[in-house]
Design a protein around this ligand. Structure first.
Ligand code: UDP
Ligand code: MG
Length: 336
């Protein structure tokens, strides 16, 4: 019987220190699962350290290793897209390079998809141990808001670590949008998902690439990409204030007719003007968020640009010349 191929996609941004640990553990897991073939596809997301050198060495030493190196930092979303696009496997797994996604879960994840009829097995953290409390608080709030305002199922604590069938990978690639929010896209494409829960693990080495502000911006991206509720909120606020002002007009006219002399109350007038202009700017800001995303979307820029792959490297290209690899240098969603 032909063995199935699993593509393990590893986005790496400045992971020079963590990669040796990752490779030791991941290759051990791969060796122990001799009933499937493995392909490791590392995506160097424009790292500033020696990540690409480590990847060159790994690719030269082990024929299962492929890599794609970007021309600059395009973000983890772009790295995941590049990985899925270039994966050749019957199954694809996305895994962080810092061992926060334990490779030891792989056999279990594969079993659910191969034997129990799931299309995807995904992981979620049930604890946020070792994370700054403020970050956990905001993360929880984000998921709570998202569940209310978006029809797409976005699971609290879900990691990007998941094993997917080829059908699901192709479906995700069909979603060729530029502003990618994978946590939403995974839910949006549907398919039957098995959730595997585990306790948070701290990264082996190096530090997180996500600052608080980066995460906040990412969460706003997520909301704009998967919900139009903010637009509704600004319309409803507008209607509400029209109604209030109508009542106020009636009150003032009646007061003038009965008592006369209503030329007082300018401080309250200033407050009202300030508040209304604030609300107007807020609503325009929301509109602007959607407009800016639409602007980036219509430009149809490529999601990532490749600078180097293992095939550009004389030491490794001899071994792998039979496969096409990531030969397409520029990849835009419509080019696929
Ligand atoms: N990553 C990436 N591009 C980036 C930021 C991060 O490819 O711009 C990779 C990073 O190398 C790691 C994974 O995404 O493999 C998760 O990043 P990190 O561990 O910093 O995030 P956290 O686990 O703290 O959420
Ligand atoms: Mg991490």
């Amino acid at each position: 019987m032909n063995k199935k191929l699993i593509s393990v996609i590893v986005p790496c941004y400045c992971e020079e220190e963590a990669l040796p640990y990752y490779w030791e553990e991941a290759s051990r897991t791969a060796d122990s699962m001799d009933y499937v073939d493995f392909e490791f596809l590392f995506i160097d997301d424009g790292s500033k350290d020696g990540t690409v050198n480590v990847l060159r060495r790994l690719a030269a030493a082990d024929s299962r290793v492929r890599y794609i190196s970007f021309s600059r930092n395009f973000g983890k979303e772009a790295a995941m897209y590049a990985g899925l696009k270039n994966a050749k496997g019957d199954y694809a797994v996305i895994m962080d390079a810092d061992l926060q996604d334990p490779p030891s879960l792989l056999p279990e994840m594969l079993r659910f998809v191969e034997e129990e009829g799931y299309d995807c097995s995904a992981t979620r953290r049930v604890t946020r141990k070792g994370e700054p409390p403020v970050r956990s608080l905001f993360a929880r709030m984000f998921y709570r808001i998202m569940r209310r305002i978006s029809k797409t199922d976005i699971v609290d604590g879900a990691r990007d670590y998941r094993l997917m069938s080829r059908k699901m990978v192709d479906a995700i690639l069909e979603v060729g949008e530029y502003n990618r929010f994978s946590k939403g896209i995974f839910g949006w494409v549907g398919f039957k998902t098995k959730w595997i829960e585990y306790e948070n693990v701290e990264r082996v080495s190096g530090e997180t690439k996500w600052s608080f502000w980066k995460l906040l911006a990412y969460s706003i991206d997520g909301i704009v990409a998967f919900s139009t509720a903010p637009l509704l909120i600004s319309s409803v606020t507008g209607i509400l204030f029209c109604m209030i002002s109508f009542i106020a007009i009636v009150v003032i006219i009646v007061r003038q007719l009965i008592w006369g002399g209503s030329a007082y109350g300018w401080p309250s007038m200033v407050c009202i003007v300030l508040m209304l202009s604030g609300i107007q700017l807020f609503a325009i800001g929301i509109l602007g968020q959607y407009l800016s995303k639409t602007y980036l979307e219509v430009k149809k820029r490529p999601i990532y640009i490749v600078k180097e792959t293992e095939l550009d490297n004389p030491e490794t290209s001899a071994v792998k010349s039979e496969g096409g690899g990531a030969s397409n240098v520029i990849s835009s969603p419509e080019a696929g």
